[in-house]
Design a protein around this ligand. Sequence first.
Ligand code: MRU
Length: 371
Amino acid sequence: MKDAIPQPQRRKPALPATVAWIPDGDGSPLPGVLRILDQTRLPARVTHLDLVAPADTHAAIRRLAVRGAPAIGCAAALGLAAACQHANATTADFLCEVRKTADFLATSRPTAVNLFWALERCVSAVRQATETSVAGLKRALLDEALAILEEDGRLCQAIGQHGLELFGGRHGAGVLTHCNAGALATGGRGTALAPVYAAQEAGLEPRVFADETRPLLQGARLTAWELQHAGVNLTLICDNMAAQVMREGRVDLVIVGADRIAANGDAANKIGTYGVAILARHHQIPFYVAAPYSTIDATLAGGDAIPIEQRNPDEITAGFGRRTAPRGCPAYNPAFDVTPHELIAGIVTERGILRPPFDAAIAALPQSPGR
Ligand code: MRU
C-alpha cells in the first residue's frame, strides 16, 4: 500500500439538504416551495434557492444549481408539485396543466433519465389518484414527489451497504471517483460515494482520489467539499493526473455514478469517465458504476442511443468568468460520455451488485414504478 497523503483533521456539521420541500406556514404541506442548495455557489457560499415558477425550476436544473441524476429527478418532481399547486382549474384542466408543466421541465437537461422517470411517475400518480378533486390531485402530486425524495434517501443507503462489499474488508483502500455522485447529487448520501461513506462508518478509512472534473469542477467544488465535511480522507487531483496516480499504485478501485444506463450496461456519466475506465482497465483496477435502478433505461439497447448534452463552449474557454482561451476560439463541450459495458466490473444498485453479462442481469430485474 502506498504512503497516505497527509490529511488535515477536519469534520464539519452535517450538510444542508440538497433538495427539500418547505411548507409555507400552518403545518399542512401545501402550499410550499421547492428549496435547493445552490450548487453553483459552492464551495465558497452555502445558499439556497426557493423555487415555485416552472421557469425558475427549469433554469435551476439547466444551469446546474441542482445537478446529479437522482437530485435532478427529485427537484423536477417537487418543482412540478410547486408549479401546479396554485393552478385554478377544473379537474380536467389540472391534468392538462400537470402534463404541460412536466413536458416543459423535461426539456431542462437531456441525459439523466431520472428526470423523465420522476416526472412520468408524478404524472401517473395524478392520473391514477382516487381523490379527484383538484385539491386532492394537488396533494397526490406532492405526495408522489415527496415519496421519490424519501425513497432516494433509502436507495442511497442500500447502494452504500451493497457497495461495502467492494472493499472486501480492506483498510485504507484507494478509491478514485470522477465528478460528484455524493449527497449533493441525490436525495440521500449519494451513489458512488455511498459505499465510501459505508466503508468510513465500518472503520475502513478509505482514501478517496477525487478527479477535479473539468470544465465545471464538480469534483473540486462539490466532492471535495462534501467529503471534507464528512471527515473522509481525500486527495484532489487534476483529471490528467489519474493515470499517474494509478501507476503509482494508489488506486484499488474506481467508483463513479451514472446518468443513464442502457439495457446492455453501457453507462453515461460525466465527461471524462470513459477515459478513467480505460485507464483503470490498463492498470487492472476494477471500475464500478453505482446507480439506483431508476437510472437504468432498458428502452435503449446500447449506449450509442443515450442523448449526450452539449453545453456552452464558454464553460471551457471562459469558465467561472475568467478567460482561459482566446476570444473566438472554437471549443467542443459534450457534458457526458458513455463507458462501454466491457470496461465495467459491476453496477452497484439498491438491489445488489449486477455483474456481467449486464444485459441478462438487467433483464432479470423486476420493473419499478414509473417505467
Ligand atoms: O452535469 P452534472 O453535474 O449533473 O453531472 C453529474 C454526474 O455526471 C454524476 O456522476 C451522475 O449524475 C450521477 S449522480 C449520483
